[in-house]
Design a protein around this ligand. Structure first.
Ligand code: TYD
Length: 132
């Protein structure tokens, strides 16, 4: 089974503009407890470099783009996030890195729990130990 899962949102927009909707436990496959967004990221400064023990997340570039490296300890894949209505699921125990942010990138992330540093694995070797 692929570790890459995309969530497609229908565009409910019309000639006035685009409109996308996210609903907990409906098109978002978890209960959303936290939302954060990243902007003004530097193209040459990657972010992430961690995995979560339990957290589920769904990430969109609602403007611009970035590349995401997804690594479950067995396979590693790079995907491009560049559509305001197609989000990438970031499941637990997937090491992820965001690279190559466009200048205009606005990344919106929905998360299944409150911020909890104890849920992070920020050391790659410890991540590999835990997935094996
Ligand atoms: P960090 O994990 O470095 O961000 P990224 O994964 O995008 O590289 O987070 C930066 C700081 O912000 C770090 O001190 C933790 C804090 N933070 C919160 O307090 N709450 C949050 O919801 C998030 C995502 C981060």
């Amino acid at each position: 089974m692929s570790m890459i899962e995309w969530i497609d949102l229908p565009n409910l927009g019309d000639d006035r503009g685009s409109l996308m909707v996210l609903e907990s436990n409906k098109n978002v496959p978890f209960k959303v407890k936290r939302i954060y967004y990243i902007l003004d990221a530097k193209p040459d400064v990657p972010r992430g470099f961690h995995a979560h023990k339990e957290l589920m997340q769904l990430a969109f570039c609602i403007k611009g783009s970035c590349n995401m490296i997804m690594d479950n300890g067995i396979e590693k894949q790079q995907v491009r996030i560049d559509k305001s209505n197609i989000g990438l699921m970031i499941p637990p125990m997937v090491w992820h890195e965001m690279h190559d942010f466009s200048e205009d990138c606005v990344m919106l992330v929905l998360a299944s729990d409150y911020y909890n540093e104890a849920d992070y694995i920020r050391n790659y070797d410890i991540f590999l130990e835990r997935v094996k």
